[in-house]
Design a binder for this molecule. Structure first.
Ligand code: MSP
Length: 646
């Protein structure tokens, strides 16, 4: 049997109910699974729940419920969210299953047999909320670096020799550039490993909940060690057949559990067990509200149910509401940085892309078929220029699927719609009709073709909207594009068949009347100064004056627009081991995404200053372009981050 494609979300803690952040990772995997399906790959998608954590036990106790009954109940809320969003997972994995206990104990034993597990005393702090061990030196005002309460732990425990794997992990990543993604986060993992990995405590005193250490019931296996094994255990490991699925092709998660757990501990555990490593471990950023991670404890969560109700209220049918939520999540996917996830952002994208661009293109096309062609798809030839535009969108989408930049793959699908609207404007079919121009039918079939292409390219993201679009074009429900390769084939038009009456797929959201329940955004920042006009030469300075400026090579790890500012971008720049936040007035010159991973020159010792309410801890160098746009300075060849510039 050929190896199946295997993609996973994290398994979610069941101490609370899911919100849109949890749903996001389910959705990215669902989109990838649907895309793989269109490529003809046999794909298995795993999601599930992480149930053996101490915080889960404590949540059950607080709720006054039997822990198993509690996890059974909360686990179902994740199943429900998947159902609400049309998530087609294959495995819903739960760590309280007997299969899981057996596999975890087995892997623990393998690592012990291989000499990577030893007994020692653990003295230090434990953060129950993040389920992590915290060193004294890491405490900030008596709390964990995440701001959580910590408890003192003094126990004899088992340790995993994580320290033995740093070099091997780096070597593996060097040989496999797609191992850690995105590139900016890979740089963080490297620097984390280069600081030296410490052995990891992998057991805790048994609180009566969790997977007992084999042969030592006084302890349970540390929940992260237990949870990570889910991905392998779900394949049936070590029973025959597990290699049909393993190694995993993609482990998706958000950034907070990337570096330390998924990118480092997990592959080191696999190396220690002699099991092949996953192909790609990839983290997206967070949905935030005003720079705070969406989280239950901060009270700033939006649930999928909230969004479905909202789209229902503005007039979407249940299927279209579901696709509207899928679209909202995927459109603002925080790939490199974080993304503010408020109603306003959602409504803006929804109106622009779905209600306006897609809605207008469909409506105008069908109206013209009715008016100029008697409501029937005419015979004609698709304009070769239109076919190449469609093929270009498809190729772009393919490229973005390969790098897992799904928000951009989605945009490439929408691009054919934007093209179509421009094409209609340019060709003015109403004038062709008036002049009885022989090219009218070719233009109309070219328009229909663009919609047919969009149906294929957008299908992994919004499958129900694609079905509805197809129905309006007069196709049956077995005509859906199930093969990616034929999505831009011009031979698939329904010549001679009637189209339906046009009806809007998505309503328009009235932004003014909209009830914006999400926290308000930052106050309007003061505009940054406009680029300076060509300057006169400045007075001569002595070399020591120049030498006072500390210039260094940095690498942009994250870049995002500053809310409500026309000019500013917020960058996170890595310089040596340090990370600097830089607010740069280059929004009109660069898209945030094109900056990520790029090297820049940073003025390090410029006094920090506030811009748009955000601290800027340096300045990046740019030349004033002739059109007033900034041209960033980049070293001619890659230089290690932190290198001095003279
Ligand atoms: N149980 C661990 C994971 C173990 S995997 C072996 C865990 N669970 S969690 O319930 O806290 O889920 C964290 C994951 O949920 C994130 O990594 C991400 O996939 C998703 N998200 C939760 N909140 C999110 C946002 N605000 N934004 C984006 N993703 C979010 O950690």
């Amino acid at each position: 049997m050929p190896k199946q494609t295997y993609i996973t979300t994290p398994i979610y803690y069941v101490n609370g109910k899911p919100h849109a952040g949890h749903a996001l990772t389910m959705l990215v995997c669902d989109i990838e699974k649907r895309y793989h399906g269109m490529l003809g790959h046999d794909t298995v998608f795993l999601t599930g729940t992480d149930e053996n954590a101490l915080k889960v036990l404590e949540a059950a106790q607080e709720a006054g419920e039997d822990p198993q009954a509690f996890v059974d109940r909360i686990s179902q809320t994740f199943v429900e969210v998947a159902r609400q969003l049309g998530i087609e997972y294959d495995i819903f994995y739960r760590t309280t299953s007997p299969q899981h206990f057996t596999a975890v104990q087995r892997l623990f034993q393998v690592l012990r047999d291989n000499g990577y597990v030893y007994l020692d005393k653990y003295e230090g702090w434990y953060d129950v909320s993040a389920e992590t061990f915290v060193r004294e030196a890491e405490l900030v005002d008596g709390k964990s670096p995440d701001g959580n309460e910590v408890r003192w732990v003094s126990e004899e425990n088992y340790f995993f020799k994580l320290s033995a794997f740093g070099d091997r992990l780096l070597a593996h990543a060097d040989a496999n550039p797609e191992f850690w993604l995105p590139v900016g986060r890979a740089a963080e993992v490297r620097s984390f490993i280069q600081q030296g990995l410490r052995d990891l405590c992998i057991s805790r005193a048994n609180p009566g909940w969790g997977v007992p250490v084999p042969g030592d019931d006084s302890k349970v296996i540390y929940v992260w060690f237990d949870a990570l094994i889910n991905y392998l255990a779900a394949t049936g490991w070590p029973e025959p057949g597990w290699e049909d699925l393993w190694p995993a092709d993609v482990h998706w998660m958000a950034k907070e559990i990337f570096t330390r757990f998924h990118a480092t501990t997990w592959p080191a555990m696999l190396m220690a067990a002699g099991v092949p490593l996953p192909k790609t471990i990839i983290a997206h950023g967070w949905f935030t509200f005003n720079d705070a991670k969406m989280s239950k404890s901060k009270g700033n969560v939006v649930t999928v149910a909230d969004l479905l109700t909202w789209f229902g209220e503005i007039g979407c049918s249940p299927e279209m509401a579901r696709d509207a939520v899928r679209f909202a999540l995927a459109r603002v996917l925080p790939y490199d940085g974080d993304a503010n996830f408020g109603r306003e952002e959602i409504a803006r994208h929804f109106n622009a892309d779905l209600a306006n661009d897609l809605g207008n293109a469909l409506n105008r096309t069908i109206n013209m078929v009715q008016k100029f062609c008697g409501g029937v798809v005419p015979t004609g030839t698709v304009d070769p220029e239109v076919v190449s535009a469609a093929q270009e969108c498809q190729a772009k989408a393919e490229g973005f699927f390969a790098t897992h930049e799904l928000h951009k793959a989605l945009d490439s699908g929408l691009e054919i719609i934007r093209f179509l609207n421009r094409y209609i404007q340019e060709k003015a079919p109403w004038t062709l009709a008036k002049n009885e121009d022989a090219s009218l039918n070719d233009v109309i079939v070219s328009m229909l073709y663009c919609l047919r292409v969009a149906e294929g390219l957008l299908r992994p993201f919004v499958p129900s909207a694609c079905d509805a679009l197809l129905a309006q074009l007069g196709y049956g429900n077995t005509d859906a594009t199930t093969e990616w390769a034929i999505a831009t084939d011009p031979a698939r038009l329904n010549h001679g068949k009637p189209v339906q009456d046009p009806s809007p797929l998505f309503p328009r959201i009235d932004l003014k009347a909209m009830n914006s329940e999400t926290p308000t955004s930052e106050p309007t920042p003061v505009a940054a100064p406009a680029p300076a006009p060509a300057e006169a030469a400045r007075p001569t300075i002595e070399f020591p004056d120049f030498a006072r400026i500390d210039l260094r090579v940095g690498r942009v790890l994250e870049a995002e627009a500053v809310e409500n500012s026309e000019k500013l971008l917020k960058l996170q720049v890595l310089v040596g081991e340090e990370r600097r936040q830089v607010i740069a007035g280059i929004k009109q010159s660069y898209e945030p995404d094109e900056l990520i991973g790029r090297q820049v020159i940073l003025v390090m010792n410029l006094k920090p200053r506030k811009m748009a309410g955000l601290e800027s801890q340096g300045m990046i160098l740019a030349a004033d372009g002739p059109d007033g746009k900034a041209i960033l300075l980049t070293p001619e060849a890659e230089a290690p981050e932190g290198t001095s510039v003279h």
